[in-house]
Design a protein around this ligand. Structure first.
Ligand SMILES: Nc1ncnc2c1ncn2[C@@H]1O[C@H](COP(=O)(O)OP(=O)(O)OP(=O)(O)O)[C@@H](O)[C@H]1O
Ligand code: NI
Length: 352
């Protein structure tokens, strides 16, 4: 496997300074359908993810979030075609063999926190049995040490030891999520991937779950750049605000905004009209839904896919697809973040 060269993966403009754990460039996924039709589930996605950082990938149902995750894991169905690159350290995930993905990527270098923990856990086996098996597979721990290692793995995800001998259906949603998280952490992977980890949980549990996930990516002792990276897929913007360092907004298969979470959720706010609309739809904000529906991914319009729903759209928007520049893919974005007044040097002042 070749190292990513500068030309293969130019640094993403708004990327964090530390060497990324994951570097995705121009990732596209198309599904071949009957009659020669195509579904463009993901188009031209690019982003970096640094150690100790969480990127929240947000967007409405069906916009391509899970397909993007499946592409990274090599878990796409047979009718999928991919393009672009996704480097996880030195490994290019899109062209890696199934053998390499199953032996050294899934579980070992990407820990998967699943969408539906109850479905992900094996129903007929206790949490202890599943943890012991995963510990044995991923760490080669000898048999006599498995019990202690599994208990340690449970403790890492705050899964209570006195529930280890239960079956998944005997667990609450929150505990099933912790069991799934414990499994995801066993391989000590540098990248955690969580697809809707809080679906079906009430607000308190959502908060607790994302706080726990955050704890797993923050490096012990606060050593900058030494923790795990987390790619969290969610359509829960409150959860994203709570956990993320950066936010990527997807619309109709494209990343239309990539921003620091503080800018995005605070001031100045999102720059793309779709991203602004998503925030305005929240109950504790304007509570105004975006009018209309997203387009079919099998029948995308020319130009910007959001144009038909956008009050800023002009003729240009219906003909030319806007590229992602300065973190936003829009012909008429809101103003970029301004330099805060206290950082602007007074006139005549020299460089400090
Ligand atoms: N095997 C497939 N064949 C054809 N189209 C598919 C296939 N799998 C997914 N798609 C389509 O890809 C699009 C993106 O789906 P995806 O599951 O990534 O959405 P999502 O953003 O994760 O949505 P949600 O928030 O509901 O999970 C959808 O339009 C879906 O119908
Ligand atoms: Ni999904």
């Amino acid at each position: 496997m070749t190292e990513p060269s500068e030309s293969a993966a130019p640094p993403e403009p708004s990327a964090p300074a530390a060497r990324p754990v994951l570097s995705v460039r121009d990732l596209s996924v198309r599904f071949r359908m009957r009659g020669g039709r195509h579904v463009a589930a993901v188009t031209g996605a690019s982003f970096d993810l640094a150690p100790g950082q969480c990127l929240a990938l947000v967007g409405e149902s069906g916009c391509g979030k899970s397909v993007l995750a499946s592409a990274l894991l090599g878990l796409l169905p047979g009718n999928a075609q991919t393009a672009g690159t996704a480097y996880l350290d030195g490994t290019e995930l899109l062209t890696a063999s199934e053998r390499e993905l199953s032996r050294s990527v899934r579980g070992r270098r990407i820990g998967l926190v699943p969408q539906s923990p109850a479905a992900h856990l094996t129903p007929v086996r206790t949490v202890r049995a599943q943890l012991e098996e995963t510990v044995r597979e991923l760490t080669g721990t000898p048999k006599h040490a498995l019990r202690a290692a599994a208990e340690q793995a449970a403790a890492r995800a705050a899964f209570p030891a006195d529930h280890l001998d239960r079956h998944p259906h005997e667990l609450s949603g929150g505990l099933a999520q912790r069991a799934a998280t414990a499994l995801a952490l066993v391989g000590d992977a540098p990248l955690l991937l969580a697809d809707e980890p809080t679906t079906g949980l009430d607000r308190d549990l959502v908060d607790r779950t994302v706080d726990e996930l955050r704890r797993h990516i923050d490096a012990p002792g606060d050593t900058a750049g030494a923790g795990r990276a987390l790619l969290m897929i969610t359509h829960d913007l409150a959860a994203a605000e709570r956990i993320a360092d950066r936010v990527a907004v997807m619309y109709a298969g494209r990343i239309v905004e990539l921003a620091g979470a503080a800018d995005f959720f605070g001031t100045p706010g999102p720059r793309h009209p779709y991203a602004r609309g998503l925030l305005d739809a929240l109950p504790d904000r304007a509570f105004t839904p975006i009018p209309g529906m997203p387009p079919e991914l099998g029948d995308l319009p020319p130009g910007c896919a959001f144009a038909a729903r956008c009050d800023r759209a002009t003729d240009r928007c219906t003909t030319a697809v806007p590229a992602l520049t300065d973190g936003t893919a829009c012909h008429h974005p809101a103003a970029p973040p301004e330099t805060p007044a206290h950082q602007v040097a007074p006139e005549g002042a020299g460089r400090a």
